[in-house]
Design a protein around this ligand. Structure first.
Ligand SMILES: C[S@@+](CC[C@H](N)C(=O)[O-])C[C@H]1O[C@@H](n2cnc3c(N)ncnc32)[C@H](O)[C@@H]1O
Length: 260
C-alpha cells in the first residue's frame, strides 16, 4: 500500500490487542492491504481475534507459503517436526499418504522433502480439501474427501511406505481453553480429539496396520502427555513405536513401524 500510514500507531494498537509480534504483524497487514479502507478492515478483524493467517490468506510452513482459507486449520510451526521425522524414517521414492491434511501444508512439505513415487492426502472437511487442492495444484497429488483411509484407492492397502497424520488431538474438555483464534476460527473437527484426545489417532493406528507395507512407517503428532497411551495403542495395532521430541519447537512426533 503506497498511502502513508502511521505504522508506529498501528503497532501500538496491535500490541494493545495482545498481538505478541505486533511489529511483524503490522508489516504483514500493511503488505496485505491494497487501500487504507482494506487495511482498516484487516486491522479491525485482527484486533477482534481473527488469525493473522486467515486475514492474509496464507501461512508460512517449512519455508513454504501455503494458502489458508477461513475456517481451515492454520499450520503450526511445531509440525515441522512431523515432516522431519517422516523424512528421517522413509526410504527413497516412497508411496505416501497424508491423512487429515487440512490446508495441505504438511502434504506440500512432504512433496518437497521426499520425492515420493505416489503421494495422496485425505481430509473429512470439504473446506480443507478445497484449500489443499489449491495448494497442491499441478503436483499430481490427489486429495480425497472422507474419513481417514476410507476414500483411498483400495489397491494401496498394504502397500504404503509412509502414512503421516497430524490428526486432531486436543481432549474435548480442553478445546474450550484454547486461544480464541483457534477455538472460534478453526473448525472444531480440526481440533477435537475426543475424551482423551486420542480418539482419531487410535483409529489412525488401527488403520495403519492394514494400509502400511511391511517395513512401512506411520508418523503422527501428539502432546507429550499422550505419548504413553498412544504408544500402547500403536503396539496394540502391531506397530513398533518410537518417539521424537523437539524442545525448541515444543513438539512431539511419534513414529511407528510395521514389522517386515
Ligand atoms: C490439526 S489439523 C491438521 C492439518 C494439517 N495436517 C496441518 O498440520 O496443518 C487436523 C485436520 O484433520 C481433519 N480431520 C479430522 N478428523 C478427520 C477424519 N476422521 N478423517 C480425515 N480428516 C479428519 C480436520 O478436518 C483437519 O483439517
Amino acid at each position: 500500500m503506497t498511502t502513508p500510514i502511521d505504522r508506529p500507531a498501528l503497532v501500538r494498537r496491535l500490541r494493545a490487542a495482545g498481538c505478541v509480534y505486533a511489529e511483524d504483524e503490522a508489516d504483514l497487514l500493511l503488505d496485505g492491504a491494497d487501500s487504507p479502507a482494506a487495511l482498516a478492515d484487516l486491522v479491525a478483524r485482527r484486533i477482534a481475534g481473527e488469525p493473522l493467517e486467515h486475514l492474509l490468506g496464507w501461512a508460512e510452513f517449512c519455508g513454504l507459503r501455503v494458502a489458508v482459507d477461513p475456517g481451515v486449520f492454520v499450520p503450526r510451526g511445531r509440525t515441522a517436526l512431523l515432516v522431519a521425522a517422516a523424512a528421517a524414517v522413509t526410504g527413497p521414492a516412497p508411496a505416501v499418504v497424508d491423512l487429515c491434511c487440512g490446508s495441505g501444508a504438511t502434504t506440500l512439505a512432504l512433496a518437497r522433502r521426499l520425492a515420493p513415487r505416489w503421494l495422496a492426502a485425505t481430509d473429512i472437511d470439504p473446506a480443507a480439501v478445497a484449500c489443499a487442492r489449491r495448494n497442491l495444484a499441478g503436483l499430481d497429488v490427489p486429495v480425497f474427501t472422507g474419513d481417514l483411509f476410507a476414500p483411498l484407492p483400495p489397491h494401496w492397502r498394504g502397500r504404503l511406505d509412509l502414512v503421516v497424520a497430524n490428526a486432531p488431538y486436543v481432549p474435548t474438555e480442553a478445546v474450550a481453553l484454547l486461544p480464541p483464534e483457534a477455538r472460534l476460527h478453526e473448525a472444531p473437527v480440526a481440533l477435537d480429539g475426543g475424551a482423551d484426545g486420542l480418539a482419531v489417532l487410535r483409529r489412525v493406528a488401527a488403520g495403519a496396520g492394514e494400509w502400511l507395507a511391511p517395513g512401512g512407517h506411520l508418523v503422527v503428532e501428539a502432546a507429550e502427555s499422550q505419548v504413553e497411551a498412544l504408544c500402547a495403542a500403536l503396539t496394540a495395532a502391531g506397530l513398533v513405536p518410537g518417539v521424537r521430541h523437539d524442545e525448541d519447537l515444543e513438539a512431539t512426533a511419534v513414529t511407528a513401524r510395521r514389522p517386515a
